[in-house]
Design a protein around this ligand. Structure first.
Ligand SMILES: [Zn+2]
Length: 424
């Protein structure tokens, strides 16, 4: 007998979209077919789409050390509410940053205690980082900042650190992810306005850094991932490199797609991020390349802070956007459900996380039950973050996540398991 049957939904599978029941045994998908016999538990999914739950490989939950900014308990609960069954936590904004084995162990303990969904942990590539120690503990890859990270204990990766770190990562069989902005070109403050901020982080700073990271990756044989690409021109560099054989992928985030510079001016610091939101030509090109399949996945880069750090002048405010709960619902307003599902799950393949990202026999029963005909206006009371803040408050969303299952379980603190990549 099956432990659980999710009955009567429209199921997004790798083979197509079908009307079927999903049967679960021992947390794993055991059957996908119509009219399954009864399970020990039953969930009625009639009228709903059943998507593979998402894996968000780019969040900052800031624990340990800055859990007053978010924390794993609230951050993972918010992701679960938004249809995600797994996340990878970035190595910075926690204190200590995840740059050696002891720091990894501290974060792992916190995540095992509090995570409502499964989790992987990034290691940091900074001068002096203990990459071998981190690899032995199962990091999903190494994250480097090519510009100032905004966090004092997470130094930017100078060229020597980045180049030599990529060589080590290649040896270890792990990927390097870069925040790609030229440090010198983004170091000058111009003024306090939104436009000053955008002018202080010009497109050329992003393109130069992506180009340099690609050169280093090609020279070292390191697998590269470019996080939060903000521009169509940035994606074009990645696509061209991939065509000549470089092992590279990139992501973008909802804010680069759904917020305009005019929105940022109206919303203020809640919509401040780096790289900044681009003007229409680059944003349109980003949409075109996303629709054309050139970007592998969409991540939230959920990076909240305490509300005080988002108050005051735009120029002084913390640069980071709180949005992890809304990624899937935003994408479902712009894409067919099978495409939204692909954009929120394909990180599992890129990071070689076995058993995640698809509704197929033998995979983890990670399911998002979504109502595609339930438009609603996002309110603060809907948000599960520590601070109910988001640039998407007041926005009309076309779809609503009704329930998320993690290996067949309802998300709750302690349910999350540590995910390690398969090393080639
Ligand atoms: Zn980030």
């Amino acid at each position: 007998m099956l432990d659980l049957v999710v009955r009567g939904g429209r199921v997004i599978t790798p083979a197509g979209v079908i009307d079927a029941d999903v049967g679960v045994a021992d947390g794993v998908i055991a059957a996908v077919e119509p009219d399954l016999a009864g399970g020990a538990r039953e969930i009625d999914a009639s009228g709903l789409h059943v998507l593979p739950a998402g894996l968000d490989p780019h969040v900052h939950f800031n624990e340990p050390g800055r859990s007053h900014w978010e924390g794993i308990r609230t951050g993972s609960a918010a992701l679960a509410a938004g249809g995600f069954s797994a996340f990878f936590d970035m190595p910075l904004n926690s204190t200590p940053p995840t740059i050696d084995g002891a720091a990894f162990d501290a974060k792992l303990a916190a995540a095992r205690r509090d995570a409502s969904v499964d989790f992987g942990l990034w290691g940091g590539l900074v001068p002096g980082a203990r990459l071998e120690e981190l690899a032995a503990r199962g990091v999903v890859g190494f994250k480097a900042f090519m510009s100032n990270s905004g966090i004092e204990d997470f130094a930017h990766a100078d060229d020597v650190t980045l180049y030599e770190g990529m060589a080590v990562a290649a040896e270890l069989g792990l990927l390097v992810a870069v925040h790609a902005e030229n440090d010198a070109l983004t170091a000058r403050r111009r003024g306090d306005s939104v436009r000053d901020w955008m002018d202080s982080r010009p497109l050329v700073a992003e393109l130069e850094a992506i180009g340099r990271a690609l050169t280093f990756a090609e020279a070292t044989g390191c697998a590269l991932h470019v996080v939060h690409v903000s521009s169509g021109s940035g994606v074009a560099l990645v696509t061209a490199a991939r065509a000549r054989g470089v092992d590279v992928t990139c992501e973008t985030c909802p804010h680069y797609l759904f917020l305009t510079p005019e929105d940022v001016a109206a919303l203020g610091p809640v919509a401040k991020c780096a790289p900044p939101i681009r003007d229409a030509p680059e944003q349109d090109a980003l949409w075109d390349r996303l629709r054309g399949g050139e970007l592998d996945f969409v991540t939230s880069d959920h990076s909240p802070s305490s509300p005080e750090l988002k108050a005051g002048e735009f120029g002084d405010a913390w640069g980071g956007i709180s949005g992890g709960q809304s990624t899937l619902e935003l994408l479902l307003g712009a894409f067919a459900p099978e495409d939204a599902a692909r954009l929120t799950t394909s990180a599992a393949a890129r990071f070689r996380i076995a058993g995640k990202g698809a509704i197929e026999l033998g995979a983890d029963a990670d399911l998002a039950l979504v109502d595609l005909a339930a438009p609603y206006t996002l309110q603060a009371a809907d948000l599960r973050y520590r601070h109910p803040v988001s640039p998407y408050l007041g926005r009309r969303l076309q779809a609503r996540v009704r329930r998320t299952l993690v290996r067949g379980l309802d998300p709750a603190p302690g349910v999350g398991r540590h995910l390690r990549p398969t090393i080639r």
